[in-house]
Design a protein around this ligand. Sequence first.
Ligand code: HEM
Ligand code: HEM
Length: 221
Amino acid sequence: MAPIQPVSTSSTTTDGPKHNSRGLRIWHWSNAGLVLFQLMTILFLFVIVKVKTLAPEFSQVLAEKGVNLPAAELRGLTRIVSHRIWDWHIWAGIAISCLLAFRVFVSFRQRGSQRTAAKIAVLKARASRGDAAATKGLWARYAYRAFYVILAVMVLTGLVLVFEDYLEPIKEVAETIHEYTMYVVVAFVVLHIFGVFRAEVTEEPGLVSSMINGGEPAEGV
Ligand code: HEM
Ligand code: HEM
């Protein structure tokens, strides 16, 4: 009987670092989860629970039962709900801030072609040979760079809001920037997920799994 050949356990056993470093993957999925969580807190506060309208609605229901409690007095109670959600937003925000610092650390730890500059150089070379997928990949890379700037703005303005008692003069401007930057975050997330799905089923199969298992060694790209 012919000996059974050992089955290769992985396609990434060749030499060289994986396409996406472990640090980048840990950062990516933790950050993605937390950013989506932040958006959920806003969705709950302003759309699903609509905390601001709770007091008048409670007041109305109580009035039907013969209890006369004006909305202004009920606000203290409904604020308990919003404070609970904001507490989660703040702790998730602090985690995002620590993760951003971790991402900076990761960028120094990445080796060779795991580095963003090297990935961009590879894409530029492919694009110059007329590879249309590489041109799109290049645009995606520039979008990631812009997103890091957006994330830094979110973190800085968020931290100002966390320590607003000590930063009273810039509190309002930080709040406005924080609020409007959220729309850019939403736009990025929607386009990014759409773009990644599209690339996965068209020109770049294996793109999503490379953000999970690291992908082929970077040198092989
Ligand atoms: C990246 C995703 C994030 C989104 C989409 C987001 C969104 C928002 C929005 C829409 C507000 C309401 C602003 C207003 O009332 O005008 C807010 C408030 C706030 N955010 Fe964020 N934020 C994010 C990240 C962060 C981070 C990283 C921090 C902290 C480091 C943070 C801390 C805060 C604080 C302290 C407030 C004020 C809470 C209060 O009024 O009690 N956020 N955020
Ligand atoms: C809030 C959600 C998300 C955020 C903020 C986010 C952010 C990012 C950023 C900044 C990068 C660039 C990393 C780098 O190389 O420096 C990236 C890459 C990537 N993300 Fe996301 N991501 C999110 C959700 C997702 C989801 C849900 C998927 C999968 C379905 C995904 C799949 C990928 C893939 C495959 C790459 C690598 C693409 C490439 O090499 O061009 N992301 N993401």
